[in-house]
Design a protein. Sequence first.
Lengths: 281, 245
Amino acid sequence: MEANTRSTGRLPAAFLTPGSSSFMDFLSEHQPDMLPGNRQLPPTQGVIEAPHGTTIVAVTFPGGVVLAGDRRATMGNVIAQRDIEKVFPADEYSAVGIAGTAGLAVEMVKLFQLELEHFEKVEGAQLSLEGKANRLSTMIRSNLGMAMQGLAVVPLFAGYDVDRERGRIFSYDVTGGRSEEHNFAATGSGSIFARGAMKKLFHDSLTEEQATTLVVQALYDAADDDSATGGPDVARRIYPIVTVITEDGFRRLTDEESSEIARAILERRLEQPDGPRAALL
Amino acid sequence: MSTPFYVSPQQAMADRAEYARKGIARGRSLVVLQYADGIVFVGENPSRALHKFSEIYDRIGFAAAGKYNEYENLRIGGVRYADLRGYTYDRDDVTARGLANVYAQTLGTIFSSAGEKPYEVELVVAEVGETPDGDQIYRLPHDGSIVDEHGSVAVGGNAELISSYLDQRHQDGMSLAEALQLAVQALSRESNGSQREIPAERLEVAVLDRTRPQQRKFKRIVGRQLGRLLEAGGATTEAESSDEE
């Protein structure tokens, strides 16, 4: 790193130049090669094989939002990892769940977390939730070249809007297109099945506890019908990651809490394999 | 044609040092103290928007006395340095010692280069450890030297008076309220020996609290929490002094 290897050892001018509060802007001026978007892929034939993360779901409830993800990463027909973590806190009031190429997605999340933290430290104030969502949009767009070679990253962003006092969900497409989702959303290969389940289970007066159960139900249904999504693994004690964001900030459910929810669902599914029934009319 | 005056290098450096010291002495002092659960920063600052203390990284805090635009520049430089280092390597690889070195080199180069005006700032870089033994406090004067401090440190206008007051009274393992009370007493001493009152709303207080569950240990103490701590500190000192009587 330049700051450490220069003979004088002093901070290079770029560090002391007043300007942007964005870490990515600073990187693109000072060390552009470190930005993921500036990496050029050699032209390749066909799809590059790399682990893919799968299903992420989110649901709002009065007072906050729940974001959860299964634990499976697949590479073709092989299970690449059983206990991958795909839901991360972005900062104190928001979280991001990732579907798509795992390696690139994890790097994107790391840079996104840093971008928010950097802004907060330099400015002394947090970005608005919309501002955070827009930053993520820019980052996905910069990955478009990779996405066209099959290495797409499609996150789901959820946070508690401190100004509006409610939980909000933002979904993205590979081009960085961003749309706010109401009530619930899902991304990844199992998302169609998860969304179907959430559509039938959602109502707008869920408690926090019901919301966390709902997301695990939806992930169970996704795993039921999508081979790339992992269900709760009782033998290895691997359960979905469930996070809750409220006025009090980000909280990830402990392993005991999420195993309790998953086991309760599993218990019921032994009698009713298709899960809870919705009324016909 | 005018003949240039000869100025000896010693004289030139002494003049620059004098210039920087005077600039720093114009500002209000601030103190940084170790307490049982971390490190507390206390200073007098009438502004709510312009901070003297801020967060650099997970366990590293920054305090500065002197000229605002100069130390603000150094602060942002430090945040960029720390974030870039943490992004390149790992969060654990960002240390106060590394940062203090970079600051010292920067201040030193500026101080001794004839083309630049010396910075009128004095910095403190502190890192909170897992235990009190792991705490590190570095004081960085305007000329690029580094002083490794233990227990307490004061920088700014009345620094000498305040730090000798602190040295006599600071103990290891003080509670936050006690440390805060001591800091306020030290700051309110005038050079002529008298005391003045610093109201709570003119105090800027921040801590690096090792017991904080979050990864980022830096926290500002404001409003009601500050009021409560000042009251608690006042009560214990009064109790102690009545015991002595």
